[in-house]
Design a protein around this ligand. Structure first.
Ligand code: TYD
Ligand code: MG
Length: 466
């Protein structure tokens, strides 16, 4: 036997405990769900324990009473946050880094997670917040090479190339920096567990201990987590439950912009996005995402419409492109990039039935320019308008934005927060907004924009393509 403490294997599905690893959980029958974890020491049992605690249940551990302070007496609620100065990063976190918090940064390999964290480390260090960057994936030389490409000087960032959790925690405890950045959680392991680094048990245990370290010391901890093929962060959902904040870094490999998105945030709102461009000298914050996503738009072309989406609290204009072309053999194709395929099928059916546009013999392609994803129903009307424009082979009116959800009856439905989206459209120089006659804003903040309301798709397209 080794000096390890006792470990057990727990089913991540039903929670049943097993003394040995097995491929299948005997309790619930699920396959591949057992993960190693530290055995919790058994409570002292028997009469001896019960005798001392007058109100204890027999066999339960004796507990000492804790002091419960008044909520008003809890300190630190208005503690200032640390700003990295990488604006989009601070914005997505909800206004800077909260001391003692733990943030998970997930994303596909090669997207730029290491670059982002190294830049954050450098900026924090230069702003007077000591940073310790721990790489389990790259040698100090590799990190140095990356750092030398960056705009921000990073000479003062402390660097540790290490994968042992015990060493990492001991070093961090001795140095007590303000921020510890661990790249990545999948390479870190604790010798208390037998499993290899990266397996569920290891990832969970290491994350939990880093979290405890953050809470005990007030050091902010960032960890990189790789994303599995399924899109989840390896070491399942449990990892997302442990940490305070989960950020996903995403983008199309071929495009140079990247979107940082908060999917969980105990200290700010979720679904906020920050937009970056990957340049020769690292990531640069993009302060005006709408300009970026509308960048190469060719307005006079048919099949192009602009939607105003809400990404978190921030409205962003995106171009939707549609192409309806004569199909060859067999079943016509329906291809949607950045838009839900089933939603597209629904819109095509509605356009067919309610607006008299037939797509039966046409291949249909819909693309959200810039690699953004349209998740909101508010994007429906722009998709429908782009499709109609493509089938008529006529461009939509210049400088117009389409806002609306499309119902099964072909009706254009109101959307949330129309004012904010319209304001962004006006700011970007658009002059007409097409929307539902039920979402005409009470106060039209910008006089420069014309509101064109319609009740149904049929009515709208009748006017646009007489
Ligand atoms: P990286 O941060 O290593 O990604 P991850 O940690 O998510 O795997 O970034 C990888 C890509 O970024 C790599 O293909 C090179 C590119 N890159 C730049 O374009 N400019 C730069 O200044 C740096 C540092 C990287
Ligand atoms: Mg990396």
């Amino acid at each position: 036997m080794t000096s390890r403490g006792k470990t057990v294997y727990r089913c991540t599905d039903c929670g049943a405990e097993h003394p040995k690893w097995a491929g299948r959980c005997e309790a619930c029958g699920e396959w591949n769900t057992l993960a190693e974890e530290m055995a919790t020491p058994k409570a002292p049992s028997g009469r001896g324990a019960a005798k001392h605690s007058r109100i204890g249940v027999a066999g339960a551990p004796r507990s000492t009473a804790a002091r419960a302070p008044r909520l008003g007496d809890v300190k630190g609620a208005d503690e200032p946050r640390w700003l990295s100065g990488l604006d989009e990063f601070d914005f997505v976190l909800g206004g800077g880094i909260v001391p003692g918090s733990m943030v998970l940064v997930g994303g596909e390999p090669g997207i730029g997670k290491s670059t982002l964290l190294l830049q954050v480390a450098a900026r924090l260090q230069n702003a007077g917040h000591a940073a310790l960057y721990i790489s389990g994936e790259e040698s100090p030389l590799q990190v140095k090479l990356r750092a030398s490409r960056l705009e921000e000087p990073s000479n003062d960032v402390a660097l540790l190339s290490e994968t042992s959790l015990e060493t990492i925690l001991a070093t961090a405890d001795a140095m007590r920096p303000d921020v510890v950045l661990v790249d990545s959680i999948q390479t870190v392991y604790t010798s208390d567990l037998e499993g290899a680094p990266g397996n569920v048990g290891q990832v969970r245990e290491c994350a939990a201990r880093l979290m405890r370290f953050a809470k005990d010391t007030g050091v902010a901890v960032f960890v990189v987590g790789h994303v599995t093929k399924g899109g989840g962060i390896a070491g399942p959902k449990t990892l997302e439950h442990i940490v305070d904040t989960v950020l996903y870094f995403e983008g199309e490999g071929s495009l140079d912009h990247r979107v940082l998105r908060a999917t969980k945030n105990r200290f700010g709102s979720v679904d906020e996005i920050g937009v970056f461009r990957m340049t020769q000298s690292g990531l640069a914050a993009v302060g005006n995402p709408s300009a970026l996503f509308l960048g190469d738009r060719h307005e006079a072309a048919s099949g192009s419409a602009v939607a105003a989406l809400l990404e978190g609290t921030r409205p962003v204009l995106v171009e939707i492109q549609a192409l309806a072309a004569k199909a060859g053999f067999g079943t016509p194709q329906r291809v949607a990039t950045g838009f839900d395929g089933r939603r597209l099928a629904l819109l095509l059916a509605v356009l067919d039935k309610r607006a008299g546009l037939s797509f039966g013999a046409l291949d249909v392609f819909v693309n959200v320019a810039g690699g953004l994803r349209v998740m909101e129903p508010a994007g429906d009307l722009a998709v429908a308008a782009a499709l109609a424009s493509s089938t008529h082979d006529r461009a939509l009116p210049p400088n117009s934005v389409f806002l609306g959800e499309v119902g099964l009856g072909g009706e254009i439905r109101p959307i949330s927060q129309a004012e904010r989206r319209i304001a962004e459209a006006a700011r970007m120089g658009f002059t007409t907004v097409f929307l539902s006659d039920r979402s005409i804003p009470q106060r039209n903040g910008s006089r420069s924009i014309r509101i064109a309301a319609s009740r149904t798709l049929d009515e709208l397209f009748g006017a646009l393509f007489p």
